[in-house]
Design a protein around this ligand. Structure first.
Ligand code: 8U8
Length: 594
C-alpha cells in the first residue's frame, strides 16, 4: 500500500464519535472491580472513552408513592453509581430503564404515564442539582434498551407513550438535554418503524404537538450469538445502517437530519460467550476498521449525521468475553473482593484513536471502503500530524503482512519528533503471555502467578515500535515504510516541539485494591497533563520524604493510571510528565500512603 498524505489539505473535521462503551447491570457500578475498570476507562487520555451506556440505571432508585404529586424517592444508590463515573470524568449514556418501586407495568394507563413523566422530571432535576446543567446536557438520555427483543414487556403503543413521557419529563426541566431511541436489536423491527412513524407524523401523547427527538439509535452487530467463533460481517453492519438511513430519508424526510448512531456495534452478539479473539489484537483491528468504514460510507458517501458508534464492551469478564480488561478472580463480585485485571488490545486501541487529530487529511492511494487495509490521516492545528493505519479482516483465522509506504507532504514544522505505536500479535498483547504458560483457571489465581501478572502488566501498555526520535522532514516531506501484520494497528505521530516542557501533573490520588496473588495493590490516578507531545508519565516512589524518588512504572504510560503491585505499597508517590524530547514537567504534589 502506497499512500500520500497531504498535510496542507484538511478535507473535513474529524469528530471522535467512537468514544463510548457500555455494560449491564447498573448495580455493578457499586463494586470494586467495576470501579477499578472505570479508573482505567477514565485514564484513557483526552476523553478517549467518554460515555458509558448502562442498562437498568433506574433499578438503583428506590421510591414509594410514585403515583402521587410528591413521591418519596431515594436517589442515594444512583448517586453513588453516577459519582463513580463522574469521579473518572465519565458520562452516563442514560437509558431510562428500570421500574423504581415497582409502580410501572403499563404505560397505556394514564396514571402511570403521568407518573413516569413526573418521575423523569424529578430525575433530570436531581441530576442537574447534583452535577450541573452543562454537565447533564453533555450526557445522552435514551429509551428502554432493545424494546424489540424481550427487554420490553409492554405493548408497542405503551412504548410510544413511555417515549413521550421520557421526552416531556426531560424537556420540563431543560430542553437541551439530549434524548432519543429506540436502540432496537433487530434490523428495521416494528418498534423502530413505529417510532419513526410516531416522530414523523404522530402526535405527542402529552402535548398533542410534534414529539421530541435528538437522535435515533440502533443496534447492529456483526454475527449472531453462538458458542462458535462466527466470522463477523462488519460490512453488513454498516450496510444495514445505510439501509436505515435511506429508509428514513425516503419515508420520513422530516427526520432526515436527526443524528443517528449505533450504540451497540459489536462484532458478535452475546457479550459473555467465550470467543478468544476478544482478548487479542484481532478485536482492536476490527474496532479501528469498523469506525473508519462508518465514517467513509455513512458520513462521507451518504452525508449522514453519524454521531456515535459504541462498542458494548465495558462488562467485567475474562479474555474471551466482551470487555476492555481481562478479569481474574472469583465470579462472586460481592463476596470475594479480590481480583486482578489486565488490559486487552481493544482497550489500547481507544488510546491510539484518541491521539488522532481533529481534521482529516486528503490521502491519495487510499484503498476502497471495506478493504482490509485502511488509513485515518489527521492533523491537529500546527502541532501534530497523526496517522492511523490498520490491517484487519472479517475472518478470525487469518494472518499475513503487507508493506506500507507513507509519504507525508507539507508537514507544517521541521523540528518534528516521530513515534510509531503498534498493536499486533507481538505488541501490546498480554494474552500471548497467558497462553504461553501452564495457566491457572481464572478463578484460582495463586501467589505463584504473581510473576506472570507482572509480565502481563509490563506488556499491557501501548508501546512504541520506533521513537520518539527526530523525524527526517525534508522540504516538508517525510517518507516512512513498514510492514503491517494482519491483524495490526499502527499509529504514527509527528509532533512539533513545544516551546516549553510539560506542565505539572495535578490531582494525584490513590486507592487500594486487593489482588489474588498476595501482593499489595495501589491504584494511582492523576489528571491528564494535556500535552499532545507527551512521551510518558513517570510514577515516582520513595519510602519517605527524605529519600530520593525513583521511577516505578517500567512501561511508558500515556494513560493516567498506574497500578503499583508490590509486597508493600507504603511510601511517598509523585507523578510527572516527560515529553518526546525528554523534558520533564514539574512533579505533582506528593501523596503519602501509610
Ligand atoms: C438479536 C437478539 C435476539 C434476542 O432475543 O435478544 C437479544 C439481546 C438480541 C440481540 C441483543 C441482545 O442484547 C443486547 O446485546 C447483548 C450482547 O451480549 O450482545 C448486550 O451487549 C447488550 O447489553 C444487550 O442490549
Amino acid at each position: 500500500m502506497d499512500l500520500t498524505i497531504d498535510t496542507a489539505r484538511p478535507v473535513a473535521p474529524l469528530e471522535h464519535f467512537w468514544q463510548s462503551t457500555g455494560f449491564t447491570p447498573a448495580a455493578l457500578l457499586l463494586d470494586d472491580d467495576m470501579q477499578q475498570q472505570l479508573e482505567y476507562l477514565g485514564s484513557v487520555p483526552f476523553g478517549g472513552v467518554t460515555h458509558v451506556r448502562i442498562h437498568y440505571l433506574l433499578e438503583l432508585v428506590r421510591g414509594s408513592n410514585l403515583y402521587d404529586e410528591h413521591p418519596d424517592i431515594d436517589w442515594s444508590l444512583l448517586d453513588e453509581g453516577l459519582d463513580a463515573l463522574q469521579r473518572e470524568g465519565l458520562k452516563p449514556f442514560f437509558e431510562l430503564m428500570g421500574n423504581p418501586g415497582g409502580y410501572f407495568d403499563n404505560f397505556e394507563d394514564d396514571q402511570q404515564a403521568q407518573a413516569w413523566r413526573r418521575f423523569v422530571r424529578m430525575l433530570a432535576q436531581h441530576c442537574i442539582d447534583r452535577y450541573g446543567r452543562e454537565e447533564v446536557r453533555s450526557w445522552y438520555f435514551e429509551t428502554w434498551n432493545e424494546p424489540d427483543v424481550g427487554w420490553w414487556k409492554q405493548s408497542n403503543r405503551a412504548f410510544l407513550i413511555y417515549y413521550d413521557a421520557c421526552a416531556n419529563g426531560l424537556r420540563d426541566v431543560d430542553d437541551q438535554i439530549r434524548f432519543g431511541g429506540p436502540g432496537t436489536a433487530r434490523h428495521m423491527s416494528e418498534q423502530m418503524l413505529g417510532l419513526l412513524r410516531h416522530l414523523d407524523s404522530g402526535t405527542d401523547y402529552f402535548t398533542g404537538g410534534k414529539p421530541k427527538v435528538d437522535f435515533i439509535s440502533v443496534h447492529e452487530k456483526g454475527a449472531e450469538s453462538s458458542p462458535e467463533d462466527l466470522n463477523p460481517d462488519m460490512r453488513g453492519v454498516v450496510e444495514r445502517e445505510a439501509a436505515l438511513i435511506e429508509h428514513i430519508r425516503k419515508m420520513h424526510p422530516s427526520l432526515a437530519d436527526v443524528p443517528i448512531m449505533n450504540n451497540e456495534c459489536d462484532p458478535q452478539v452475546g457479550w459473555s460467550a467465550t470467543h478468544s479473539w476478544r482478548g487479542q489484537p484481532y478485536y482492536a483491528g476490527l474496532v479501528a476498521r469498523t469506525l473508519n468504514d462508518h465514517q467513509r460510507r455513512l458520513t462521507d458517501d451518504l452525508g449522514a449525521r453519524y454521531v456515535l458508534l459504541g462498542n458494548d464492551n465495558g462488562f467485567l469478564g475474562f479474555w474471551g468475553q466482551r470487555t476492555h480488561l481481562a478479569r481474574f478472580g472469583s465470579d462472586n463480585h460481592r463476596r470475594y473482593r479480590r481480583f486482578e485485571q489486565v488490559k486487552k488490545p481493544v482497550h489500547n486501541v481507544m488510546t491510539m484513536l484518541t491521539l488522532l487529530g481533529d481534521q482529516r487529511l486528503s490521502v491519495s492511494g487510499e484503498p476502497a471502503v471495506y478493504a482490509d487495509l485502511g488509513i485515518i490521516a489527521t492533523r491537529r492545528g500546527d502541532e501534530q500530524v497523526a496517522v492511523l493505519v490498520y490491517h484487519s479482516r472479517d475472518q478470525i483465522m487469518s494472518s499475513g503482512s503487507e508493506p506500507v509506504r507513507l509519504s507525508i507532504e507539507n508537514v507544517p514544522f521541521d523540528d518534528a519528533s516521530i513515534v510509531h505505536y503498534r498493536i499486533d500479535e507481538q505488541h501490546a498483547n498480554p494474552y500471548r503471555l497467558w497462553t504461553g504458560v501452564q495457566r491457572p483457571f481464572p478463578h484460582h489465581v495463586t501467589p505463584e502467578q504473581a510473576e506472570l501478572f507482572s509480565r502481563m502488566r509490563r506488556e499491557q501498555e501501548l508501546a512504541s515500535l520506533d521513537g520518539p526520535r527526530p523525524a527526517q522532514v525534508q522540504n516538508g516531506r517525510l517518507e516512512l515504510s513498514f510492514d503491517l501484520p494482519l491483524p495490526g494497528v499502527s499509529l504514527i505521530l509527528l509532533t512539533r516541539k513545544p516551546s516549553t516542557a510539560p506542565g505539572p501533573v495535578k490531582g494525584l490520588r490513590s486507592r487500594r485494591y486487593h489482588g489474588c496473588t498476595g501482593q499489595s495493590q495501589l491504584m494511582l490516578r492523576w489528571q491528564d497533563e494535556g500535552s499532545r507531545a507527551l512521551h510518558t508519565y513517570e510514577v515516582m516512589w520513595s519510602p519517605d520524604q527524605t529519600q530520593p524518588p525513583q521511577r516505578i512504572n517500567e512501561p511508558d504510560l500515556l494513560c493516567t493510571a498506574f497500578l503499583h503491585v508490590a509486597g508493600d505499597v507504603r511510601g511517598v508517590y509523585r507523578v510527572r510528565a516527560v515529553d518526546q524530547w525528554g523534558r520533564a514537567g514539574e512533579m505533582s504534589a506528593p501523596i503519602e500512603v501509610a
